[in-house]
Design a binder for this molecule. Structure first.
Ligand code: NLE
Ligand code: FE
Length: 396
């Protein structure tokens, strides 16, 4: 279901309003809110605001119908909840990502009794302080330095050492290569959590990807949008020390150890940006499909390499328990195929029962490109690297 809002200027008294309401009824929409007020410039006229909900297909029909009947001349369609009508709102420049950091209320230590930090007051207040940084962050700011505590550094050490041991055998070549560079640069070391700012400048030199701090798990739409600008929204807090080897939510160990090496790989960075671009102004159903693909590739993807299966998914490379599980006989392995992968239900609490294996990262990218062409967005988008802006090309 899409939500949409109209503003009507009622030159013909209540006539155009009743016509629009009838049309909404005809297309099985539900009016959520209706209000009128005097027009600011001309007091003799009334403006009406109608908020409603209807399927995307019907919404497009409704707009066509209103346009044909001439009613739309008096109607301004406003985007709401990122609807994909004629002019959906989405960020056109990285600075507009300041509006795209809505949190999901999932796995919060304050709300979820099963969270290992639920009964740990100190952990919860630390987490709040770090989240504050993300809430205050504005485009262009440097990423604030965090003095990680001894406990946090210890948690990093535990995860880092196990991952480092498994990388040579189980991680894909692209990951192994950047991992080594990060060690050589002194950014990856066992004893301290790397800072987001140093990770960001490392990635910037490699692929142009940069980071912005996020307070927690974001909505899929907001998260994917930032990738269109080669920006990765990263948490900055560390998982609870009770569960170093697996957490269901992102934390900075997952982002730094799982995501960032691959975001510094040119081909993978390109793929990440393309998912982001595909998400701009997409319908809710398409966002769901894109985030499912993201889940089974960027988070939990496997790929072939010289006859063996390797991991490239960040959720595997930051959680050694699941990495070993994924590469064992236990779960099902299916070939990566965007059309079916996009429909696979996933669960985000425990280890995955199903993983998708790509022929290679390059092949995955090609298959994704072909699949993404059939999305129903009525416009094309293109990222202009000179201006840093997303340009919209109308195709209807
Ligand atoms: N399970 C991962 C880890 O423990 O690092 C995090 C997954 C976030 C989607
Ligand atoms: Fe992740």
């Amino acid at each position: 279901m899409q939500r949409a809002a109209f503003i009507l200027r009622m030159r013909e008294g209540m006539n155009s309003l009743s016509r629009v309401l009838k049309a909404i009824e005809k297309y099985q929409g539900a009016v959520l809110h209706l209000e009128t007020r005097p027009n600011k410039r001309d007091n003799g006229q009334l403006d009406a605001l109608i908020k409603m909900q209807m399927s995307r297909l019907n919404l497009l029909q409704l707009i066509k119908n209103l346009r044909q009947s001439g009613t739309l001349e008096h109607v301004t369609l406003l985007g709401e909840d990122n609807i994909s009508a004629k002019n959906p709102w989405f960020p056109r420049h990285a600075s507009e990502l300041d509006n795209c950091n809505h949190l999901m209320t999932k796995y919060e230590p304050d709300l979820d009794m099963n969270h290992p930090g639920f009964s740990d007051k100190e952990y919860r207040s630390r987490r709040k302080d770090i989240a504050e940084i993300a809430f205050k962050y504005k485009y262009g700011d440097a990423i604030p330095y965090i003095e990680y505590t001894e406990t946090e550094n210890k948690t990093w050490t535990a995860v880092y050492n196990t991952v480092k041991e498994l990388v040579p055998k189980h991680a894909c070549a692209e990951y192994r290569c950047v991992f080594k560079q990060l060690e050589e640069a002194g950014i990856f070391q066992a004893l301290r959590v790397p800072q987001l700012e140093e990770m960001s400048s490392f990635m910037k030199k490699a692929t142009g990807f940069t980071l912005r701090p996020a307070a927690g798990l974001l909505t899929a739409r907001d998260f994917l949008a930032s990738l269109a600008f080669r920006i990765f929204q990263s948490t900055q807090y560390v998982r609870h020390t009770k569960t170093p080897f697996h957490t269901p939510e992102p934390d900075c160990i997952h982002e730094i150890l799982g995501h960032m090496p691959l975001l510094a790989d040119p081909s993978f960075a390109q793929f990440s940006q393309e998912i982001g671009l595909a998400s701009l102004g997409a319908s809710d159903q398409e966002i769901e499909k894109l985030s499912t693909i993201y889940w089974f590739t960027v988070e939990f993807g496997l790929c072939k390499e010289a006859g063996e299966t390797k991991a490239y998914g960040a959720g595997l490379l930051s959680a050694y328990g699941e990495l070993l599980h994924a590469l064992s006989e236990k779960p099902e392995h299916r070939p990566f195929d965007p059309a079916s992968t996009a429909l696979q239900a996933y669960q985000d609490q425990e280890y995955q029962p199903v993983y998708f294996v790509a022929e290679s990262i390059e092949d995955m990218k090609d298959k994704f490109r072909r699949w993404v062409c059939q999305m129903s967005r009525p416009f094309e988008v293109r990222f202009n690297p000179h201006t840093g802006r997303v340009e919209v090309l109308d195709s209807v």
